[in-house]
Design a protein around this ligand. Structure first.
Ligand SMILES: C[S@@+](CC[C@H](N)C(=O)[O-])C[C@H]1O[C@@H](n2cnc3c(N)ncnc32)[C@H](O)[C@@H]1O
Length: 324
């Protein structure tokens, strides 16, 4: 059981599982040679990159952050009590799978309503008995809702509709146990990405995976929470990137969509990250919500280091003044 690799236990918009092979080429040399021991991921989502790094390299500690407090609660429950979470999920999925499709849909909406109703009663700071049930609901709703989207309305209610899958796998207890083991080195925090700057130590690698900048008006999903991640947010993040890059020994990697996929004159990120190393990777996600434009599209990776063995610091931050 211990030999099987831990993998994301949630479907997540912008999940990076399919890009890991390409990312490997761009991870800093110090991570590969074991000199980097601390890993920070301020936009955790389904954790694909953390799971990969924590199983392949010698990470002694990790700081994992996401603004979605129910997501972080779920990780914390897994970290503390994977057994009880598996039991709760077993009950939930047995009930669900025993129903016919109409009743499944009804059960989904009832669970969604309970999930939203209970929210004001949840103390997100203190582990308590409500957490286990809530974490099970997060996983259940994620696997049975439309496309695994964690979408919220302005009130902060989860409002993704039923996914109409015939027989979805809701959880894999063995994987949850493996994930739980990996999370033992991690400190989990719900909050804004800027709190990442309080967790630095020497020899740190930070990977930023913010919500994609939409390629056009109909594409892409940025509503992971009631807060929108617009261009001002991308600029606020770039300021943090610049600030951190001045910190000795911090290696930074950031990914986003390449606006040039849709408009070859849109150099938003080239301007924003001028002075850093910008590389391209290819992704097979679709640009358009109707799937008409499926095919490989370009994504950008911004690094503040070179990829050779001396991992030279690359930083010429004058250009950010353009945006401030
Ligand atoms: C593109 S997803 C990350 C995907 C992740 N790398 C994976 O493989 O699943 C972006 C994440 O950023 C989170 N987020 C959005 N705004 C944020 C903010 N201001 N601070 C921290 N996290 C934020 C969202 O909740 C979402 O989980």
């Amino acid at each position: 059981m211990k030999n099987k690799l831990a993998k994301p236990f949630l479907k997540w918009a912008g999940g990076k599982t399919r890009l890991l092979k390409q990312f490997e080429l761009f991870f800093p040399y110090e991570l590969k040679s074991g000199k980097i021991q601390k890993y920070i991921e301020p936009f955790l989502g389904s954790g694909a990159v953390f799971f990969h790094i924590a199983q392949k390299y010698k990470i002694k500690s990790a700081s994992l952050i996401d603004r979605n407090e129910d997501l972080i609660l779920t990780y914390k429950v897994l970290q503390e009590n994977a057994d009880d979470l598996c039991d709760e999920l077993e009950k939930l999925s047995k009930k669900y799978h025993a129903l016919n499709q109409n009743k499944k849909e009804k059960f989904f909406y009832e669970t969604r309503e309970k999930f939203n109703k209970v929210k004001p009663l949840i103390d997100y700071k203190l582990f308590n008995s409500l957490w286990i049930n809530r974490a099970a609901q997060v996983i259940f709703l994620n696997k049975t809702c439309y496309n695994g989207l964690f979408r919220m309305n302005k009130k902060g209610d989860f409002n993704t509709p039923f996914g109409k899958y015939l027989n979805p796998t809701i959880f894999d207890c063995e994987n949850l146990q493996n994930v739980s083991r990996l999370l033992q080195v991690a400190e989990l925090k719900s909050g804004d990405f800027h709190i990442a700057q309080h967790d630095l130590s020497s020899k740190t690698f930070i990977y930023f995976d913010p919500p994609y900048r939409p390629l056009n008006k109909t594409s892409n999903f940025t509503a992971y929470s009631k807060h929108e991640f617009n261009d001002e947010e991308q600029i606020r993040l770039a300021k943090l990137f610049y600030g951190l890059s001045k910190t000795v020994n911090v290696k930074l990697m950031l990914s986003n969509s390449d606006p040039k996929n849709e408009n070859k004159n849109d150099s938003f990120f080239e301007k924003l990250y001028k002075g850093f190393a910008i590389h391209e990777v290819l992704s097979s996600r679709s640009i358009n919500s109707n799937g008409a434009k499926r095919g490989k599209i370009k994504e950008l990776l911004v690094l503040n280091y070179s990829m050779d063995s001396d991992s030279k610091h690359i930083d010429d931050s004058k250009q950010l003044k353009l945006f401030v």
